[in-house]
Design a protein around this ligand. Structure first.
Ligand code: 2BA
Length: 109
């Protein structure tokens, strides 16, 4: 068995959970926050048999979209004024960041 730890955007999560549960997969949803943007995202824990791994990855890929967003970063070479001190940058977020971990044991009591 594998544990997928999938970080997805909030806008995609309900579609993805519906797609997973319709196929009989079990999923736990955690409210999380990205360290860079400091904005909410969602982390899903999905325990899956190895034979089903590709199907689950396919569902994640199908339901999680890349989106562009703008944020500001500090410009180290700027003078002190706050207005000139930050510069806008455009970044692409998602579709999904996925960690795949071997599960030593799966126990339900
Ligand atoms: P955030 O940390 O809020 O990052 C949002 C997006 O900002 C990232 O999208 C990436 O495009 C950009 N970004 C992140 N760190 C950056 C940096 N140091 N310099 C420039 N741009 C940066 P994604 O890569 O799609 O990541 C989406 C979310 O997935 C992240 O939200 C974070 O919560 C999680 N994540 C991604 N990689 C991770 C990792 N290696 N470990 C833990 N969490 C990760």
């Amino acid at each position: 068995m594998k544990l997928l730890i999938a970080i997805v955007q909030d806008a995609d999560v309900n579609f993805l959970i519906d797609a997973l549960t319709e196929k009989g997969y079990r999923v736990t949803k955690l409210a999380t926050t990205g360290g860079f943007l400091k904005k909410g995202n969602t982390t899903l824990l999905i325990g899956v048999e190895e034979d089903n791994l590709d199907e689950v990855l396919g569902l994640i890929e199908k339901n999680c979209k890349k989106r562009n967003t703008t944020t500001t970063i500090i410009n180290p070479s700027a003078e002190s004024s706050l207005l000139t001190n930050t510069v806008p940058i455009e970044i692409s977020v998602g579709g999904a960041t996925i960690f795949i971990v071997d599960v030593e044991k799966y126990i339900q009591l």
